[in-house]
Design a protein around this ligand. Structure first.
Ligand code: AMP
Ligand code: GLY
Length: 419
């Protein structure tokens, strides 16, 4: 098979890495890819949102399967475009991807089907939202309706901060059209766990659990980022909690999407928070998480391409999805200044040395290959990932890998996996 992966971050590097291990696969392409992906796949200079050229490429090169990584093309309907041209593609269609693309849709879905989540109200004008904020308890959470690169969620400590958030989102439109409506919701306290699941619209198969470290600095200080590191498994996601989530969250969500006429086929990502009143859904994503994928897929024993095929053909119940009994940790090495202003183009040293350590794989998030040299090209640059027989071992190995790597102004957290 010839496989095309769409996207160019750490998640896509991990997908390419796992897909290229499949005996079913002869050749992997990635559009646009990055400096690390270029070692495993042929990178094609087409952007993830350029559907017309992606389809043309898939047709001309007789691609057997296209796998979509990021949320934006899914929300914009890339899967529908591929299917309309008779091309085989992995991911939810536009109607189903709305579960991530609109927080109003997903919150209403959970309310309608009794799926546990934070209490909330939706507003389409800022006056009413501000009025409502007088009577809520703080902290309160203000969310822009649409996709905002993970930045459209503000935890407001008091009325003034909440009002400012509503005004920025709805009046100043700092997230553009994503801010046409806001969701104001109850603040939930607890640890967050990410569960990614394969689903063909009927069967749902959760992957091993993962936890993400979203803040920029150690001990959860600093701004929210796309993710500074992950580990798997979670120490707090017990088999009892998993069983509860299966019956009360995972299966009901898949069934709810069916009943709404939005059959979801692909990766459904459950962003859970374990509160004292039980697990609740913070958010859904319609794709693999980044950097959760970097710690989940290396633990997958089974052939990922076989699972993708089963999802597309709606026979997921027939395949065995098996996991290693081990642990994985991914430490993100970021550009100095990320998630705010940062510079790129700095040469990176030591990646090969890190990968000489047993169990270490370096997934590239934002790199470019220029004249045979890997240079920084994004906020999150590398995800140094290690497998170990348990979390402590994986943490130690991952940081050994990190210690071999250097680039100007690099920044990483020293406490990944310790939660
Ligand atoms: P979301 O994009 O909705 O997952 O929100 C991004 C992040 O904001 C989450 O991962 C949480 O850390 C935080 N968050 C969102 N909603 C809530 C809530 N209701 N209570 C507490 N934290 C929240
Ligand atoms: N790591 C969070 C996400 O992929 O949305």
């Amino acid at each position: 098979m010839k496989v095309l992966v769409v996207g160019g971050g750490g998640r896509e590097h991990t997908l390419v890495w796992k897909i290229s291990q499949s005996p079913l696969v002869d050749k992997v392409y990635c559009a646009p890819g990055n400096g690390g992906i270029a070692k495993l796949a042929e990178c094609i200079d087409i952007k993830a949102m350029d559907f017309e050229n992606l389809v043309k490429f898939a047709e001309e090169n007789k691609i057997d399967l296209t796998v979509i990584g990021p949320d934006d093309p899914l929300a914009a309907g890339i899967v529908d475009v591929f299917e309309a041209r008779g091309l085989r593609v992995f991911g939810p269609g536009k109607d189903a991807a709305m579960i991530e693309g609109s927080k109003v849709f997903s919150k209403n879905l959970m309310k309608k089907y009794g799926i546990p989540t934070a209490a909330y109200e939706v507003f389409d004008n800022s006056k009413e939202a501000v009025e409502y904020l007088r009577n809520v308890s703080y902290p309160a959470v203000v969310k822009a309706e649409g996709l905002a690169l993970g930045k459209g969620v503000i935890i407001a400590r008091n009325y003034d901060e909440a009002v400012q958030a509503v005004k920025e989102i709805m009046d100043d439109k700092v997230f553009g059209q994503a801010g046409n409506r806001v969701v104001i919701e109850e603040f939930l306290a607890g640890q967050e766990v990410s569960i990614l699941a394969f689903t063909d619209g009927t069967t749902v198969v959760p992957m091993v659990s993962a936890q993400d470290h979203k803040r920029a600095y150690d001990h959860d200080q600093g701004l929210n980022t796309g993710g500074m590191g992950t580990f798997s498994p979670s120490r707090i996601y017990t088999p009892e909690i998993a069983a509860y989530c299966m019956e009360n969250i995972f299966k009901p969500t898949v069934q709810a999407m069916n009943q709404e006429g939005r059959k979801f086929k692909g990766i459904l990502y459950f962003g859970l928070i374990l509160t004292k009143d039980g697990p609740k859904v913070l958010e859904y994503n319609a794709r693999f998480g980044d950097p959760e994928t970097q710690v989940v897929l290396p633990r997958l024993k089974s052939d990922l391409v076989e699972i993708f095929n089963a999802v597309i053909d709606e026979r997921l119940s027939e395949v065995k999805v098996e996991w290693e009994d081990n642990a994985a940790v991914c430490v993100v090495m970021a550009s100095g200044g990320y998630p705010q202003k940062y510079y790129t183009g700095y040469p990176i040293e030591g990646i090969e040395d890190a990968e000489l350590i047993e169990g270490v794989t370096v997934f590239h998030a934002g790199t470019k290959l220029i004249d045979g040299k890997i240079v920084t090209a994004g906020g999150r640059v590398l995800g140094v990932t290690a497998i170990g027989s348990n979390l402590d071992e994986a943490i130690k190995t991952a940081y050994e890998g990190v210690s071999k790597i250097s680039f100007k102004d690099m920044h990483y957290r020293k406490d990944i996996g310790i939660k």
